[in-house]
Design a protein around this ligand. Structure first.
Ligand code: NCD
Length: 335
């Protein structure tokens, strides 16, 4: 029996602690249950999941598709370059075409903010009950990544019971290009909801001071915050200040394709000031894990040696956890 109330998953700002608890618990069950090949779970048999990715993706698209298959759903994948978009068909009409073919869930990624939210709204207006899962919209939100990062951290801190409460009182440092990162924004909602304190670290051009107030107000269109007590967010420019109290650190890709102009003097300089290495981790009070949502610019956000060090670097673990997290999301919005 679930208390799930989201027809779509667009943004983690609307998630309550109970929602996080439900997703993490279900993902943990899926992770521990063999569900490949002949042993795939029958939960979404007869369901059609359609992925519509208008932006490149390696991890998110394939793990949503794999997650759907592990639950026995049919999977259909839209490719913008060979579609009728080039003939002028709108995004809504393209989506309605897939709905007409029977899509139960549309998993959507787009470079513009709010596309998934608008699509969910338009589909409801058109009387369709297809669910929309946001797989990344502009700089705004990437809920499944925020959830898999949360799960990876909870699992690291408590292998047996990876619940949201495990994060309470922990300090998580997020370093690098915060401004252009929808992953950072989703992580801010998720981590603070669970009572973690977040230290954001980066140069002023990639981390405006105002980020410290990021979760103080619910986003436009949302009346209230479903979480009563959130952790704190602080901003620092110095990597040593972020690492010293941290229980975990997450690096973010320099998202050059989303930058308006060249906001950095050089990649070498960025690596010197904000790149994670074995050397700089000595500043931490204890050994801490390193996360990165990928794709990584090897040697820029994280040194090559650190990226290869599986005892500290959880990047592959994040990728693996993406599958059960997306199985949980597909299951919850489909049933
Ligand atoms: C992220 C994205 O697309 O927002 N990647 C991902 O989904 N794993 C982060 C990025 O592009 O840097």
């Amino acid at each position: 029996m679930t208390n799930w109330r989201h027809r779509h998953v667009i943004d983690l700002a609307s998630f309550s602690l109970e929602d996080y608890r439900e997703v993490l618990a279900l993902a943990d069950r899926f992770r521990e249950t063999p569900s490949t090949g002949a042993r795939r779970l029958p939960a979404l048999q007869g369901h059609l999941i359609t992925t519509l990715f208008f932006e490149p993706s390696t991890r998110t698209k394939s793990s949503f598709e794999l997650a759907a298959r592990r639950l026995s759903a049919d999977v259909q994948s839209f490719t913008p370059t060979s579609s009728s978009l080039g003939k002028g068909e709108s995004l809504l009409d393209t989506s309605l075409t897939y709905v007409a073919m029977g899509a139960d869930v549309l998993v959507v990624r787009h470079k513009a903010t709010n596309v998934a939210a608008q699509l969910a709204h338009d589909l409801e207006k058109a009387g369709e009950n297809t669910g929309v899962l946001n797989a990344g919209d502009g700089l705004h939100s990437h809920p499944s990544q925020g959830l898999l990062d949360l799960y990876t951290l909870a699992k690291y801190f408590n292998q047996k019971k990876p619940e949201p409460e495990v994060l309470k009182g922990k300090t998580i440092a997020i370093v690098g290009d915060i401004l252009h990162s929808r992953v950072a924004r989703s992580n801010l909602w998720a981590l603070t909801a669970c009572g973690a304190n977040v230290i954001l670290c980066g140069p002023p051009s990639l981390l405006p001071e105002e980020f410290q107030d990021f979760v103080k107000e619910p986003p436009p269109g949302q009346v209230s915050d479903p979480v009563l007590n959130r952790g704190e967010i602080s901003v620092t420019r110095k990597l040593s200040d972020a690492l010293a109290p941290a229980d975990a650190v997450m690096a973010l890709r320099l998202q050059k394709e989303r930058m308006r102009e060249n906001l950095l003097s050089s990649l070498d300089r960025f690596h010197r000031d904000y790149g994670l290495t074995h050397e700089c981790l000595k500043l931490c009070k204890r050994p801490i894990p390193v996360l990165h949502p990928g794709p990584v610019n090897r040697g820029v956000e994280i040194s090559s040696q650190l990226l290869n060090d599986k005892s500290i670097c959880l990047v592959e673990e994040q990728v693996r956890n993406g599958i059960p997290i997306r199985m949980a999301l597909l299951y919850l919005i489909s049933t």
